[in-house]
Design a protein around this ligand. Structure first.
Ligand code: NDP
Length: 329
């Protein structure tokens, strides 16, 4: 495993980490979660990502059971939660002081830990002043309940504002962002945040490196049984994949497949290695519904070295060209 600094912070996270969105509870019970997280930990993964909204808390509960029975020293791994969607009531959602306080304590209980290593604001909250959020996060850090706080899908301007307020009032600024980043979704990480890496030392824990599985090329001939896109609770994701834009993404993945073949690796491995190649990425959060997928994806670490300038240019040309849609899909 390779370890990378979380932006300017001293904490080193494994370049590949593991998250439980969709999988825990919907596809994976506690026993299977135990096997997958065990395989991840044994491979050197030291960061496990979660959120209050994943399976309405059930995902954190499963992860908490696995951590509790694991016997792993608390100083050998990091675990996160994210706050925003905790319920339907006004007190249960958003980034106001009360919900941040309640969400943190509920996550600690479900995850069965005394502190969260990373705590993210899952989206911006336009109805709460950023100053209130920064102060609430700073309080949790001073209380020792959170070590690093960050954002997820905030604009560069919102992140800058949080930093400005933290500087002005002597509060703890956000350390990291959790943006989507993969071959099909690049703008924020590569362009919008460009200045933040130097100016505020932003770290990134990037999500959906395989675009929910599309970049494995497994959807080229339809939707395999049991795959994410077949799950009834995620029909919104399937509908997005079946849209003209989604079909273009599948066509692009199919066009990229020969590059992976020439490298002697799978499409999933090449797509993950492509994310790892970007030095602005602190960690790539993997998702996996089975140990075999995780094992395959972990081997992406060996593919990064094969992505030389020529290969990167070949990939870029395909991504730029936006291949024609297949007649039928
Ligand atoms: P990916 O895009 O990598 O998708 C993972 C899914 O793809 C797996 O669950 C599996 O689904 C399929 N898959 C993975 N590897 C393979 C393989 N080798 N062969 C075939 N299929 C494969 O990541 P996620 O979308 O799961 O995101 C990763 C993590 O990022 C999440 O768990 C979460 O922690 C975080 N995240 C954060 C968000 C945010 O807003 N901050 C939003 C989304 C995710 P299946 O077997 O079911 O087809």
């Amino acid at each position: 495993m390779e370890y990378r600094r979380l932006g300017r912070a001293g904490l080193k996270v494994s370049a590949l980490s593991f998250g439980s969105w969709v999988t825990f509870s919907f596809q994976v019970d506690t026993e299977a979660a135990d096997r997958i997280m065990g395989a991840a930990y044994d491979a050197g993964i030291n960061f496990f990502d979660n959120a209050e909204v994943y399976a309405a808390g059930e995902s954190e509960r499963i992860m908490g059971e696995v951590l509790a029975r694991s016997g792993w020293g608390r100083d050998t791994y990091c675990v996160s939660s994210k706050v925003y969607w905790g319920g339907d009531l006004p007190t249960q959602r958003g980034l106001h002081r009360k919900h941040i306080h309640d969400a943190c304590h509920a996550a600690l209980r479900r995850l069965q830990v005394d502190y969260l290593d990373l705590f993210f604001c899952h989206r911006p909250d336009l109805e709460t002043p950023i100053e209130e959020t920064v102060r609430a996060m700073d309080d949790l850090i001073r209380q020792g309940k959170v070590l690093y706080w960050g954002t997820s899908e905030w604009s560069a301007q919102q992140i800058q504002e949080a930093h400005g307020l933290a500087r002005q009032y002597g509060l703890t600024p956000p350390t990291m962002e959790q943006p989507q980043y993969n071959m099909l979704h690049r703008d924020r990480v590569e362009r919008e945040y460009h200045r933040l890496y130097e100016e505020v030392g932003l770290g990134t824990t990037i999500w959906s490196p395989l675009a929910s599985g599309i970049l494995t090329n497994k959807y080229a001939d339809g939707i395999p049984d049991g795959s994410r896109m077949s799950l009834p609770d995620y029909d919104w994701l399937r509908e997005r994949m079946e849209s003209p834009e989604g079909r273009k993404q599948i066509a692009m993945t199919t066009a990229l497949k020969p590059v992976a073949d020439d490298l002697g690796c799978s499409m999933a491995q090449m797509a993950i290695a492509w994310c790892l190649k970007n030095p602005r990425v602190s960690t790539v959060i993997l998702g996996a519904s089975r140990v075999e997928q995780l094992d395959e994806n972990l081997a992406a670490l060996d593919v990064v070295g094969k992505l030389d300038d020529e290969v990167m240019q070949r990939i870029e040309t395909i991504l730029d060209n936006k291949p024609e849609l297949p007649q039928q899909w």
